[in-house]
Ligand binder design. Structure first.
Ligand code: SAH
Length: 359
């Protein structure tokens, strides 16, 4: 179910003009400027007549109804919990660093991919988000950053949901974030569990966004367990799609790897992973993520010492790797912890793989 009526950031410029039929074009441009440059509520856009501001408040409703905002890392990580029309809940995380500010946004309420170690996967899928629901997350985070004199420099689709299962909408949002909010496509990253047709669709799109692939295992039998969609899009097909993406984009691809004790942190895993990285030109970069605890996955994360050893081993094997700095663990805002307060099932739901080719 998607929202019944368009919200503030669902409309493009022409649709906005249609909605405000009878309003002079220069006024429509001022409204657009309010939405994408001034930000905030329409009643603060004082270049517009009062009557129009009042009309906008009712006719351009916001998509995100704030439920809670929590902060950690001395205020440098902020998690927003929003309620959407229809009652679903999603989360957005703003991370302030010395040299950049990144907002991590959701593309779906819940997720159907059923990765057992991820809280969103444990909670299951509710619905796709609309363009307006995606774009407004960036707008709200930008307002929050402005309040502390910062500007959002990077957007990552690493919140709830699988962006390439909602590719057309995600792409429309990317264009709005790039063209209207003014963020460079090179500072936008789409992270995918490895939906091969989605990667191919992305390769046809005109902007050079970064691609991150949640790999977590470098052989099919282990990856089938950790990332069930691998049964439909096995590693060889995934690497082929990544290679084709690289050919048209010429940007580096990164592999994400949550470090799980005894599951994917052995020396043999590093060797297999390094070999996969080398199949791409330029070689893929590995982001090692210390496993964050989630209610439905009892296996421990690797020790930090092991995470660093694994990184060193990868480097020795010719693969570049960095250990991702964990943000927001104590407010459940870190990678894989976003569940928007949903109960999670202890046995992850099986992902539907009926369309799987036999192999
Ligand atoms: N569905 C997309 C977007 C989510 S990004 C994707 O899978 O890429 C969130 C990242 O955090 C993914 O790389 C995901 O695999 C990883 N992750 C999930 N659960 C985690 C956990 N418990 N600890 C660390 N990383 C986790």
């Amino acid at each position: 179910m998607t929202p019944a009526s368009p919200t503030r950031y669902d409309l493009d410029r022409d649709e906005l003009a249609t909605l405000l039929a009878g309003t002079p074009r220069y006024r429509v441009d001022q409204v657009w400027n309010g939405l994408y440059t001034r930000l905030g509520e329409p009643d603060t856009w004082t270049d517009l007549p009062k009557a129009l501001r009042a009309e906008l408040t009712t006719r351009l409703p916001s998509a995100l109804h704030p439920v809670t905002e929590s902060a950690s890392d001395h205020g440098d990580t902020v998690k927003f919990l929003w309620e959407l029309d229809g009652g679903s809940r999603i989360e957005t995380v703003l991370m302030l660093y010395r040299d950049r500010a990144t907002v991590c946004i959701s593309s779906q309420a819940g997720c159907a991919m059923a990765c057992g170690f991820c809280a969103t996967g444990q909670a299951g899928f509710t619905r796709h988000l609309s363009v307006g629901e995606i774009v407004e997350q960036v707008v709200r985070a930008t307002e929050r950053a402005r309040a502390v004199d910062r500007r959002v420099s990077n957007v990552v689709f690493m919140g709830m949901g699988e962006p390439l299962a909602n590719e057309a909408t995600v792409w429309a949002a990317v264009e709005r974030i790039h063209g209207d909010l003014g963020l460079s496509a090179r500072h936008i990253t789409i992270s995918t569990v490895g939906i091969v047709p989605g990667i191919r669709a992305l390769a046809e799109r005109p902007l050079p966004v970064n691609l991150a692939v949640s790999l977590h295992a470098a052989n099919d039998s282990r990856r089938d367990e950790l990332v069930p969609i691998n049964r439909r899009y096995p590693i060889d097909d995934l690497i082929d799609a990544c290679r084709d993406y690289l050919q048209v984009r010429n940007r580096r691809i990164s592999f994400e790897w949550a470090m799980i004790d005894g599951v994917n942190d052995r020396d043999s895993d590093a060797r297999e992973l390094a070999a996969l990285c080398r199949r791409l030109r330029p070689a893929a970069h590995v982001n090692l993520i210390p496993l964050n605890p989630t209610p439905g996955y009892p296996t421990q994360g690797s020790s930090l010492a092991r995470v660093h050893e694994f990184r060193d081993l990868l480097e020795t094997l010719g693969a570049n790797a960095t250990v991702r700095q964990n943000r927001g663990t104590e407010i459940d805002a870190a990678c894989g912890q976003l569940a928007a307060g949903q109960p999670v099932s202890v046995t992850p739901r099986p992902v539907r793989v009926s369309a799987a080719p036999t192999r």
